[in-house]
Design a protein around this ligand. Sequence first.
Ligand code: FES
Ligand code: FES
Length: 176
Amino acid sequence: GNRGLVFAVNGEKFEVAITDHSTTLLQFLRSHTRFKSPKLGCGEGGCGACVVVLSKYNPVLDRVEDFSVSSCLTLVCSVDGCSITTSEGLGNSKDGFHPIHERFAGFHASQCGYCTPGMCMSFFSALAKADKTNRPEPPPGFSKLTVSEAEKSIAGNLCRCTGYRPIADACKSFAA
Ligand code: FES
Ligand code: FES
């Protein structure tokens, strides 16, 4: 039919008529929502500033699967039926920050902050993936992520300011 797109961003429902098939998810988020944490860096999948988590129901496996995607390369017409999470959806100043935000702040892993939301989402996706494994329950404050998974999780994210050490340390602090 002629129905437009229906999807969620951080739990808010959006119904969108398709007017331009070339609009990217990043353009949509930044111009039509209040969720502006995803940033335009390279615009071609190379820097991670625009990373968001896309959750999609897989009818074959009968479960929801989560992917970290570059929203600059994702067309908004491809997210019909999906649920999108940005850094604001993890936590914010009003509802309380997510432990990822707190550790990034605590480890001084953010300077200008341009890369930070994308870093957080890449790392969140790795955390969520590790949590779904049947590895033993971690001690409180830790995750099921291994140190090497923590380091690799941000391999696609570039930072021009801080240097990678504090960022990697913040991520590795979740690995038991
Ligand atoms: Fe660089 Fe999307 S803006 S990967
Ligand atoms: Fe400035 Fe990473 S903190 S780009």
